[in-house]
Design a protein around this ligand. Structure first.
Ligand code: UDP
Length: 322
């Protein structure tokens, strides 16, 4: 049995990972400040004796003295553009940078392997398409996305310096747009927005003309890639792109969601936020070669599963309002 610490463990991806790791028989220490994470995301494992939750902000150092940690997944960070572009912007940079230092120090102390969940945002508004890991990116350092993009870039540099100079066993993945159960219905991302809008009969809000593209990965596929990367051969650090190369315009996504849910929603167009990337698609050649991984669930199937999840959430939400 391994002891695995997951930061951001009550968030969308973190909670899906914690549940999988506990079900596979590991001891899981879930760390989160619950700023954007939600305890109900881990409710199904909360009573499991192999699971524990520590409410902690990784901007502060974390000491674990009563048990030896084998692996750390560092996932804590506001990840939704409306969150990190709003009141969490400075907190986002702090979480990326101080959080990385604190978790790398913890890994060093325990001799633990540590995986950093980096992001496709390190490529900014990419001038190379699809994006390969060797592409160095096109980030506006003073724009509204910079706190996240530059924060994650700085975290990558910290990981590699701790690897080079302190001998820490690191793994770095770059996660592309991911969706699925346990997304926060209110976090403002495109898949959750469109589905919730369609389910409640509100207007579907396309930002810009909807010609920008994203490549959407279903959460189970992403978690599989993450676990494979953690268990990959020693010395293979990455970074590795993890995402689904199926590329869609935002307009196509809106059409798919409307076709699946029906209802009275109409599509409306709103201003495109500044620095919103024009196109994004991962080149996953490296993940295929090194991890033997590629996504299995394509957008139509994944959307069906996600719509089913949001239906349960909206019912609960409405009940709570009464
Ligand atoms: N978007 C949109 N309508 C929404 C939310 C987002 O058109 O209600 C667009 C957004 O401008 C971006 C894309 O959808 O071009 C993906 O946005 P998201 O926030 O999900 O992720 P990002 O890739 O920007 O981090």
């Amino acid at each position: 049995m391994k002891t695995i610490l997951v930061t951001g463990g009550t968030g969308f991806l973190g909670s899906n990972l914690c549940i999988r790791l506990v079900r596979e028989g590991n001891r899981v220490i879930c760390v989160d400040n619950n700023y954007t994470g939600r305890l109900e995301n881990v409710a199904e494992i909360a009573d499991n004796p192999n699971f524990c939750f520590i409410k902690h902000d990784i901007c502060d150092p974390l000491e674990i003295n009563n048990e030896k940690i084998d692996e750390i997944y560092n996932m804590a960070c506001p990840a939704s553009p409306p969150a990190y572009q709003g009141s969490y912007s400075i907190k986002t940079t702090k979480t990326c940078v101080f959080g990385a230092i604190n978790m790398l120090e913890l890994a060093k102390k325990h001799g633990a392997r540590i995986l950093q969940t980096s992001t496709s945002e390190v490529y900014g508004d990419p001038l190379v398409h699809p994006q390969v890991e060797t592409y160095r990116g096109n980030v506006n350092p003073i724009g509204i996305r910079a706190c996240y993009d530059e924060g994650k870039r700085c975290a990558e540099s910290l990981f590699f310096d701790y690897h080079r100079h302190e001998g820490v066993d690191i793994k770095v993945i770059r996660i592309f747009n991911t969706y699925g159960p346990k997304m926060d219905p209110n976090d403002g991302r495109v898949v959750s927005n469109f589905i919730c809008q369609a389910l409640t009969g509100e207007d579907i809000t396309i930002y810009g003309d909807g010609s920008q593209t994203r490549s959407f990965c279903y959460v189970d596929d992403l978690i599989e890639a993450m676990v494979r990367m953690m268990n990959s051969e020693k010395g293979f650090t990455g970074p590795v792109n993890t995402g689904n190369p199926g590329e869609f315009t935002i307009k196509e996504l809106a059409e798919k969601v409307v076709a699946k849910i029906g209802g009275s929603s109409k599509v409306i167009y709103k201003d495109l936020p500044s620095d919103d990337p024009t196109q994004r698609r991962p080149d996953i050649t490296l993940a295929k070669a090194k991890l033997g991984w590629e996504p299995k669930i394509q957008l139509d199937e994944g959307l069906d599963k996600t719509i089913a999840y949001f239906k349960t959430q909206i019912n609960l939400f409405k009940k709570a309002e009464k």
